[in-house]
Design a protein around this ligand. Structure first.
Ligand SMILES: NCc1[nH]cc(CCC(=O)O)c1CC(=O)O
Length: 308
């Protein structure tokens, strides 16, 4: 019974992380017929939250947002932890397992600019602010003349910097904007074929200790299998490419009937070159599909593609 388990959800303290923790708590309470207040939310500060002056790719990567949450799980301070799937490293410590994912939100990147509804409409030399190598490369692919400036901080901070005129445009995941009630800020939604989402974008992952079967059975009713299959594909792909936040990579898998359709793209950071593949396979072969796409691209891309 959930009552006996006393679920404690560990989360980062950013407004988006808290919104995701509350969404998970709401779904769990509903599924188990208990009041939301019986499930505790525990805020855990991570090293990633403390570093705001350089791109995360330089500071040590995605693990910066998960290490302290992993430790809290291992110490039993929390039962489960909630993450943006996009920010989870491809390899977790062996003591930690991904239990699954909540139903995925809209995966698209939102375009936010008072000047134009698409990168193609910006004036020559305009400044696009982003901390994402993927978004920077995709913008540069379309508009090599634009300048890309590092824009970090949480979603609200970035929107404030845009409003203050520090940059002319930015791109943010629509999923994050929606979860914060800020989707009205989006001026346009970018096509997934051109702005291929990051692996995991729009999905909320739940982790626990790998040996905690009680946590898995408590979570089972709220986990979404279609999202799990898509994420298995995207994460297997990223693993083959050794994808990190140093690499501009888009990876988007989607269930179509009993099949998974997968679109992946890797770009040179300056956008001057890109390589993409589209593959489909029966849904039960999710991980193999991602690996096959990864191997196919690895065989085609120059070894120095990501060095720029
Ligand atoms: N790296 C930051 C991050 N991690 C997850 C989201 C948005 C929510 C999501 O993709 O699920 C964001 C902000 C953004 O990319 O706009």
């Amino acid at each position: 019974m959930l009552q006996d388990l006393k679920l404690r959800i560990g989360t980062r303290g950013s407004p988006l992380a808290l919104a995701q923790a509350h969404e998970l708590r709401q779904r769990l309470a509903l599924a188990h017929g208990v009041g939301a207040e019986t499930i505790e939310i525990v805020i855990i500060r991570t090293s990633g939250d403390a570093i705001l002056d350089r791109p995360l790719s330089e500071a040590g990567g995605k693990g910066l947002f998960t290490k302290e949450l992993d430790l809290a799980l291992m110490r039993g301070e929390v039962t489960i932890a909630v993450h943006s799937a996009k920010d989870l490293p491809t390899l977790l410590p062996e003591e930690i397992a991904i239990l699954g994912y909540l139903p995925r939100e809209d995966v698209r990147d939102a375009w936010i600019s008072p000047h134009a509804p698409h990168p193609l409409g910006l004036a020559p030399g305009a400044v696009v602010g982003t901390a994402s190598l993927r978004r920077a490369a995709m913008v540069r692919r379309l508009r090599p003349d634009l300048r890309v400036a590092l824009l970090r901080g949480n979603v609200q901070t970035r929107l404030a910097k845009l409003a203050a005129g520090e940059v002319d445009a930015t791109l943010l995941a629509l999923a994050g904007l929606k979860r914060l009630g800020l989707e009205g800020q989006a001026n346009a939604l970018l096509d997934v074929n051109e702005f291929v989402p990051a692996a995991g974008q729009g999905a909320i992952a739940v982790t626990a200790r790998a040996d905690d079967r009680a946590a898995l059975s408590a979570l089972a009713p709220v986990l979404d299998s279609a999202t799990g299959l898509a994420l298995a594909t995207e994460r297997a792909f990223l693993h083959v490419l050794d994808g990190s936040c140093k690499t501009p990579i888009g990876a988007f898998a989607q269930i179509d009937g009993t099949n998974l359709d997968f679109h992946a793209i890797v770009l040179r950071p300056d956008g001057s070159e890109h390589f993409e593949t589209r593959l489909s396979a029966p849904a039960e072969q999710a991980a193999a599909l991602g690996e096959a796409a990864g191997r196919e691209l690895l065989a085609r891309i120059p070894s120095n593609l990501f060095e720029d």
